[in-house]
Write a protein that binds this ligand. Structure first.
Ligand code: SAM
Length: 472
């Protein structure tokens, strides 16, 4: 029985409910009256249910799709302005005991180089990341209780936060590690992590079990219920995602929204972020071996509909996607992107020798952080290195109430400008700096409160004088 409030995976992600939703969406894909009423509801900016959103996804009327895109763009502007938050992944270890069929870290891959960073390696990697200008990381690790126990992850987090190189600092560490216990989630919360991210990979239980034939990750219920344990352990911000390409995208989309509805129903707050990775080529992985790959058009439609359906949830896109695709989906709703990423263990301070490949997947966007920042600004976006919210205790529902109160423009906007200024002063090329300074000057006028604007201006001067880390 479908029940969004249940704590049982198969009840809050209910296969029958998804199948009925998809049938309902098919029946109504040309029902313009219903589609118009769903679009009207979406304009209220309170989101859509998985059923309503699935009808829009099934609809292939070009005019209506245009309306969906326009609305997504407008909601993106209203909630996130023109800010794009920047981050980078940091791979700690690719030792793994799972058998995930899409991931080259699976245990039966005997030729991939297995690596695990020591604390000294982490220092070097973090300094390299700080020297690019990064302030926010997502740490990644395979699942291996022997090689990567929670104590190792906690030690790495402590090391990362402790490194202060020149004006650099990592101010927020998000964590993407395998599903674990309430007790271990509590340890992560106490270590001061930002978001706990865990991709569901697929919501379809049967496919999930086929794709994860052995190892701890093969337990669908344990994996699907992980976010509830994370929240029970005191982690306020959780990030969802599916790996598009593994299963039918329409099934995944409905599952993803049902998961968001479940978190809202049980914990009173939905997911902090949603990621939209697509399967990529990697060591012994061929994306064409999976039948459900989606083209760029469908991908864009999914991003637009996620934006419309969960307006308060940040959306993340990685360097799995090319510059062109990123350009399109940033406009339609993505609020956070990675830049200059390496998906190998230890790839930042020096490139890996060719015979020692430890990469998790090929990246499509290979530009430097300076190039990505410049590109964003040339399109009119403000690259933001802000990490203020969770450091000011604005997590979970407190973050959501900031969004809902409309105070974002007096808070996130100046914070974005001040952290961009730090980047320009400390790390940018001359060209990027010139464009950035002009952008900041113009964007100061978009801070509504005069008092906040004045403080922001004073802080920008102080940043030039060498003082760092201002925030509202
Ligand atoms: N081991 C942890 C887990 O199982 O959740 C950490 C996650 S892993 C380092 C990060 C994510 O990369 C996975 O959740 C998966 O969705 C994605 N991934 C794995 N193989 C991939 C591939 N070939 N192409 C694109 N993404 C991939």
């Amino acid at each position: 029985m479908y029940n969004p409030k249940s704590l049982k995976a198969e009840e809050f992600i209910n296969d029958l409910e998804i199948r009925e939703t998809l049938a309902f969406a098919d029946e109504n894909k040309d029902n313009l009256e219903l589609i118009d009423s769903i679009l009207e509801k979406a304009k209220e900016r309170k989101g859509l249910s998985h059923r309503e959103a699935s009808v829009l996804l099934a609809c292939d009327n070009e005019d209506k799709i245009k309306e969906m895109y326009n609305l997504a763009e407008q909601i993106k502007k209203d909630f996130y302005g023109n800010r794009i938050v920047m981050f980078a992944p940091l791979y700690l270890s690719n030792y793994c005991i799972n058998g995930c069929k899409y991931c080259p870290y699976h245990i039966s891959n005997k030729h991939i180089a297995r690596k695990k960073l020591t604390q000294e390696d982490i220092r070097r990697e973090v300094i390299a990341l700080q020297d690019m200008g990064h302030k926010r990381l997502a740490i990644e690790a395979g699942e291996d209780p022997q090689n990567n126990p929670i104590e190792y992850i906690l030690e790495c987090i402590k090391t990362i936060y402790s490194i202060k190189h020149k004006n650099g600092a990592i101010r927020r560490v998000n964590v993407n590690i395998a599903a674990t216990t309430v007790e271990e989630y509590r340890m992560l919360a106490e270590a001061g992590i930002g978001t706990y991210i865990l991709f569901q990979e697929t919501y379809n239980k049967e496919s999930y079990e086929e794709l994860h034939p052995y190892g701890p990750k093969s337990n669908y219920a344990y994996h699907t219920e992980a976010m509830d344990r994370a929240m029970e352990g005191g982690i306020d911000d959780v990030g969802l995602g599916v790996l598009f390409g593994l299963e039918l995208y329409r099934y995944e989309f409905a599952g993803l929204l049902m998961h968001a509805e479940h978190l809202e129903a049980v914990h009173g707050v939905g997911p902090h972020t949603i990621s939209v990775p697509r399967v990529k080529h990697a060591d012994d992985i061929d994306p064409d071996a999976f039948d459900n790959g989606i083209d760029d058009e469908i991908f864009a439609k999914l991003c637009a509909l996620i934006r419309i359906s969960v307006p308060y949830t940040g959306m993340i896109i990685s360097t799995r996607e090319s510059k062109q695709v990123r350009e399109k989906v940033i406009r339609l709703g993505v609020s956070q992107i990675s830049g200059a990423s390496r998906t190998s263990v230890g790839g930042y301070c020096e490139p890996e020798p060719e015979d020692e490949n430890s990469e998790q997947f090929d990246v499509s966007d290979k530009r430097t952080l300076d190039e990505v920042v410049k590109w964003l600004m040339e399109m009119g976006y403000i690259p933001s290195f802000c990490t203020a919210c969770y450091r000011e205790g604005r997590t979970g529902d407190r973050f959501m109430s900031l969004c809902k109160s409309g105070q974002i423009q007096n808070c996130c906007h100046p914070n974005a400008l001040m952290t961009l200024k730090e980047f320009l002063v400390d790390y940018a090329s001359e060209d990027t700096k010139r464009i950035g300074e002009a952008l900041i000057e113009a964007e100061l006028n978009n801070i509504p409160k005069e008092k906040v604007r004045e403080i922001c201006k004073e802080n920008l001067v102080k940043i030039e004088q060498g003082i760092r880390d201002f925030r509202f």
